[in-house]
Write a protein that binds this ligand. Structure first.
Ligand SMILES: [Fe+2]
Ligand SMILES: [Fe+2]
Length: 172
């Protein structure tokens, strides 16, 4: 994650309103009834981000695009809700993760530090939530993996172009 990307994401969070109706309907069509509530509870800026990522993945994959990869894009950050941060808290948590390292922050517990810890673990938390509702395994796997080192991704056994698209669309 580079500073320009972070700044753009932050500015994006300040824009009110949910996704455009056509985008929301598209996401609805990709998600299963089990997955939809996880997506719908996200704040407006997260839903816009997730749809933007999924639309980009769809474009990049072209004929190789499949609903399971789009679901992975739509649900990759659902675990962020657990930390119950509003935008300023998230900015601070993101900076702490960058400054101290995700693994160290992920071990924090208790009170406010515990919430920052949960934010750092949002991938694992999201994966557990997706599995708990019976969402697609690909979505759970990508939620878990998306903040792990890219060097660990080939072990997933996914097509390299899918991994590239999911990563590039999220960090564009
Ligand atoms: Fe994430
Ligand atoms: Fe993301």
């Amino acid at each position: 994650m580079n500073p320009t990307h972070l700044a753009r994401r932050f500015l994006g969070t300040l824009r009110p309103g949910g996704p455009a109706p056509a985008d929301a309907a598209w996401a609805d069509g990709v998600l299963t009834p089990e997955e939809r509530p996880l997506f719908d509870r996200l704040p407006a800026h997260d839903r816009r981000h997730a749809i933007g990522v999924a639309r980009d993945v769809d474009r990049m994959l072209g004929a190789a695009s499949e609903p399971r990869w789009l679901a992975a894009a739509l649900l990759h950050d659902v675990g962020k809700q657990e930390a119950r941060f509003s935008v300023p808290g998230r900015v601070l948590a993101t900076l702490l993760v960058l400054a101290r390292g995700r693994d160290r922050v992920a071990a924090w517990s208790g009170g406010w530090r515990g919430r920052v810890g949960a934010y750092a673990r949002h991938g694992d938390i999201g994966a557990a939530e997706i599995r708990a509702v019976g969402g697609r395994e690909e979505a759970a796997v990508w939620a878990e993996a998306h903040h792990r080192p890219a060097g660990t991704w080939p072990a997933l056994g996914w097509p390299p172009e899918v991994l590239h698209a999911l990563d590039a669309a999220d960090n564009a």
